[in-house]
Design a protein around this ligand. Structure first.
Ligand code: GLN
Length: 189
């Protein structure tokens, strides 16, 4: 199994570190050819508008959209924004419409309001430390969405078939449970 990490901007190195710690082969995805040799993809956090620009610049929108329709994909924070169907306060991001959710960028506040919080995730027995950095706030979920975790009435971890999303950053903790869960999803496909 090889998991690619979209490496145009943002926190891709930390995802690669965690996957390597879990003995998973990884590769950086920067060009369309990089999509040919991977079984799954992580879209990291960063700045969704910058990511969206770079995706257009590298002519990656259509190849990524095709990849997302076939293979398991996990988006964290800005990566989740890119996977969503609808972004409320947006005119800069062209999203992939892969998760049937509506969200608001920076919906928990700006950088200064970034926080971490121990959250319950329904697939894990023990709590998980969620690190939220200018996180998007999910305001609406379609029926096809499985909500795995909620904070203050807003979903913060969701899944729709083989697409996984968190509004927080597991790559910034030493807790590898979410990456392990994604690896299990990839193994099932
Ligand atoms: N606020 C950023 C955006 O809108 C996301 C922040 C993050 O990925 N940590 O793209």
């Amino acid at each position: 199994m090889k998991i690619g990490v979209l490496s145009l901007q943002g926190g891709y190195e930390k995802h690669i570190d965690i996957l390597e710690r879990l003995n998973i082969q990884t590769s950086k995805v920067k060009y369309r050819k990089d999509l040919l040799s991977i079984d799954a993809l992580i879209i990291p956090g960063g700045e969704s508008s910058a990511l969206s620009n770079l995706i257009e610049k590298e002519s990656l929108y259509t190849p990524l959209k095709k990849f997302i329709s076939k293979y398991p994909v996990y988006g964290t924070c800005a990566g989740l924004i890119l996977l969503s169907k609808s972004i409320e306060n947006n005119n800069k991001v062209r999203s992939f419409d892969a998760l049937n959710i509506t969200l608001t960028r920076n919906g928990w506040g700006r950088q200064i309001n970034s926080f971490s919080k121990n959250i319950s995730i329904k697939i894990f027995k023990n709590k998980y430390k969620g690190v939220f950095i200018r996180a998007p706030k999910i305001s609406n979920c379609g029926n096809s969405i499985d909500v795995l975790s909620v904070l203050n009435n807003s979903p913060v971890m969701i899944q729709q078939n083989k697409i996984l999303g968190t509004t927080f950053h597991p790559e910034l903790t030493d807790d590898t449970r979410i990456h392990e869960y994604f690896i299990k999803m990839v193994n099932k496909c």
